[in-house]
Design a protein around this ligand. Sequence first.
Ligand SMILES: Cc1cc2nc3c(=O)[nH]c(=O)nc-3n(C[C@H](O)[C@H](O)[C@H](O)COP(=O)(O)OP(=O)(O)OC[C@H]3O[C@@H](n4cnc5c(N)ncnc54)[C@H](O)[C@@H]3O)c2cc1C
Length: 495
Amino acid sequence: MEKNFLIPISRRELLKLAGVTAVGVALGSDKNVEAAETPKPQNFSFNGAQIPTLLRADVCVCGGGPSGTAAAVTAARNGLKVVLIEQGTVLGGLQTQGLVYPAMPTKVLNSDTPYITDLNKRFAMHGINVSFTDDAKYKNGGDAREYTPELLAFIYDELCADYNVEVLYNATLIGANTSGGKISAAIVHTVEGLSKIEANIFIDATGDATLSRFAGVKVERGSEHTGRNQKMSFRFEMGGVEEMKVYKFFVKKLKDGWCETKPPEFEFAKTTHTEKFYYEGIQRGEVTKDDVAYIQAFTILGKPGVMSMNCPEVSPYLYSSTSALDRSKAIRQGRIMIRRLAHFFRKNIPGFKNAYISREASMLGVRESWRIHGKYYMTGEDYFNAQKFPDAVCRSAYPIDIHDEVLNLEKKLAKGEFYEIPYRALITNEISNLIVVGRCISANFAAQAAVRIQPSCMSMGEAAGIAAAYGLKNGIAANAVDWMSIPNRSYVSAG
Ligand SMILES: Cc1cc2nc3c(=O)[nH]c(=O)nc-3n(C[C@H](O)[C@H](O)[C@H](O)COP(=O)(O)OP(=O)(O)OC[C@H]3O[C@@H](n4cnc5c(N)ncnc54)[C@H](O)[C@@H]3O)c2cc1C
């Protein structure tokens, strides 16, 4: 599991934060005139009237992360015509572009909704058993899942092809046409310029509630106590690792709980720079306190000799996940930190001697940014009370996992208990044909820190696909669908 920690903010850090300045950009002239065509000058309006329609569908899903892909595939599987807009060149969002591996466990039996079971079967068909643990208690679902990023990307393409989802890669959502409490079109930027995607139902799976914000849905961001978002990470992978040498070093030499799991698939992790091993590296000037404030590394199923690094974390005191400029600076800072860490690992961990940076994330690791305020607003109390809902779409016992602020977590879920996520946290009062899924659903800072794990995001997406199909077939608005009345819903509440 990701580990919690606290770094107190100092006066100096606050002053540094206040001193961040804007950067000017100088544009050079384009000298490559020989190959140039003369395109027709655009005359578009942001109200959409003069923007051409690229595609029309029953459902338009914005964002192809774990939640959006699940929503698109499930809606298509239920007979709808679906367009899935993704700004990158791969589906999976943080799972693939962000190199976030593995999927964390829900820690509760029977939490796998049918989409997850199917996904796991697809992995098995490709020769990979994705269950992280052979622990019998999670045999029926709920364990951590090792979705090798490259294979996951391939399987997502396969799923979309099988169910005729129209995937539009390299398409960025840049606006929405909204009137009468409904979205009529998503405005996207593609290689053809600006165009409209028209649909009856829209699903916001951007992670940043981007479509919802364009449509005027109420949103919030960060902690209600500190105003800060969760820390961002810029993840990377290292190849050329001799894994058993690494394991022996941590278990036999450093001892003291570095490895919670055992080979063949294992992790090493420590979350504080006061740890002697890091502290000495800081003293020698090899790494900084920030570089080693949070270190976690996993072997990757299907990629021998490669480790996935859940680090470095970039400080929220300097960079906010809701500022475009800060996000860019965090990437640049992360890249510098990656180089220092790689050097430190090579020098000080046997098994990393010949290791190299084999991949850097192509997406910044944003844990939390904007969250909608929907029909139901989940709070930390829902977690502490193991809240059940009649319109629940999935269950989890994954804890509140905040990178930054430390909450009083003395009150924990009792063993075997779990909470549920209601369909009402995915819909809004403002927009009748919008469903919101993934890490930007209606939840406060603490609740989001629990519901954000990949299995929950996938189950929310699946529920959105089912609800969209049911609503359209029965002439019911997405935000008026009664989840309990859907006969083939993926999950039936335990409440
Ligand atoms: C550093 C880090 C470590 C984590 N560790 C774990 C872990 O170990 N296990 C676990 O289960 N979870 C982990 N999580 C959480 C989990 O990965 C995310 O919460 C989850 O991926 C969110 O899924 P999503 O579909 O909501 O959004 P995302 O995965 O963020 O996907 C959003 C997608 O939308 C696309 N998009 C965004 N805006 C636009 C736009 N305007 N136009 C077109 N496309 C757009 C993006 O390109 C992306 O593909 C971690 C998260 C982070 C950041």
